[in-house]
Design a protein around this ligand. Structure first.
Ligand SMILES: [Zn+2]
Ligand SMILES: [Zn+2]
Length: 382
């Protein structure tokens, strides 16, 4: 992500959040005051709900500031999970508030004292709050879609559930005014259930990201289809994904033709990276592991000796057969199916007396005797 879009993303998140916060504060104070004056427990609950939103907004702001910072040495994957952690803390706070409200409403219903009927002003304020909150929902969701921000989306839906919460208060106060005495306290419990639901949905998503839950099946299939469509990719396996804030990190193995060079394999790997990050906007990074044979079941070649050990033996054999150290030109090794396959380049090196053909059978027999030797290909450099 570019620096400039990063800071404008943050600016938009902040503007939307600050505006929502100012309204939440005004609404919260208004509802608690009127709820208190007009004796409506559900309106007071709704007011507390609005003030708890203020804490929520503050956290969104804090998270947006830290989450949008670029990766650094200590946080090589970026700071997006600060946003995620904040959303989990926020969800926990909301759940506590919800349980508190429900608790006091139940206590009031069970107290046996006569229930006071709320005044009509409570109804008017609840209606006003419902309309305003629905407006804030539309305002926030527009910004959330633009930035693809999960936290802003959660906040927008929270605003809409606030509108619904105020509708429940209207029903409760209205019911009480019509003579159903317990309606207001019941509405308070209804409001708390809604706060609890919001807490669950924010917290659930945040926790699933923090424990590295992968992308769903459908998205994994789309990634797979893209990779398998790339020239040179025979197959792929071990796709692992995890979300980080609005982004996704992926790593996978691609199976390329067994005899391609390292640079061609790397080229194919780069193509996988390019196509995937181009097609999937929110893919921050893809780590591609290049396989030359299927290693899902077993890795037969992983215990074979490295070049150091083999090349000195091969050089010695060439020297023995042709009587010259200069005949050895280049050795390509292919580690496949638990065997080492040799591609050996020989040269006469300007020595007219050397006949590469004559010694080739003897050299081949020697090479085939090396432990784990597979096919032997001898090539002459002209
Ligand atoms: Zn590379
Ligand atoms: Zn593999």
């Amino acid at each position: 992500m570019q620096q400039s879009t990063e800071s404008s993303d943050y600016a938009l998140t902040r503007r939307v959040t600050v505006n929502g916060g100012i309204l939440d504060f005004a609404l919260g104070v208004l509802k608690i005051l009127v709820g208190w004056i007009a004796h409506s427990q559900s309106l007071v609950a709704d007011g507390i709900h609005s003030l708890s939103d203020l804490a929520t907004d503050f956290m969104v702001l804090l998270a947006a500031r830290h989450g949008s910072r670029a990766a650094d040495d200590m946080h090589p994957y970026g700071h997006d999970r600060i946003e995620t952690l904040a959303s989990v803390v926020l969800a926990t706070l909301l759940a506590i508030v919800a349980v508190g409200i429900a608790w006091s409403a139940v206590a009031r219903l069970l107290s046996g004292e006569p229930l006071v009927v709320p005044g009509i002003l409570a109804l008017v304020v609840a209606a006003f709050s419902a309309i305003l909150k629905e407006g804030i929902y539309h305002y926030t969701i527009r910004a959330a879609r633009k930035l693809n921000s999960r936290l802003l989306t959660a906040n927008a839906w929270h605003s809409r559930s606030d509108a619904l919460s105020s509708l429940v208060v209207m029903a409760g106060v209205g019911g009480a005014l019509l003579g159903i005495e317990w309606a207001d306290a019941a509405a308070a419990i209804g409001v708390s259930a809604m706060i609890l639901h919001v807490a669950w949905s924010i917290g659930h998503e945040g926790v699933s990201e923090l424990i590295d839950t992968g992308l769903d099946e459908e998205q994994r299939v789309r990634i797979r289809d893209t990779v398998l469509g790339i020239d040179g990719v025979r197959d792929m396996h071990e796709l692992r994904t995890r979300r980080m804030g609005a982004g996704v990190f992926a790593d996978l193995h691609v199976h390329v033709p067994s005899a391609v060079s390292v640079s061609e394999g790397h080229r194919i790997g780069d193509e996988v990276y390019k196509r995937l990050t181009k097609r999937f906007d929110h893919l921050n990074d893809v780590v591609v592991h290049v396989d030359c044979e299927d290693d899902t079941e077993q890795r037969p070649s992983s215990n074979l000796p490295l070049r150091n050990e083999i090349e000195s033996t091969v050089r010695q054999m060439v020297n023995e057969v042709y009587g010259s150290k200069n005949v050895f030109r280049r050795l390509t090794l292919h580690y496949l199916g638990g065997k080492i396959h040799f591609e050996l380049w020989l040269t006469r090196a300007d020595d007219a007396r050397i006949d590469l053909d004559t010694g080739s059978d003897a050299l081949r027999r020697r090479l085939e005797r090396i432990a784990n030797a597979g096919s032997v290909t001898l090539l002459a450099e002209i």
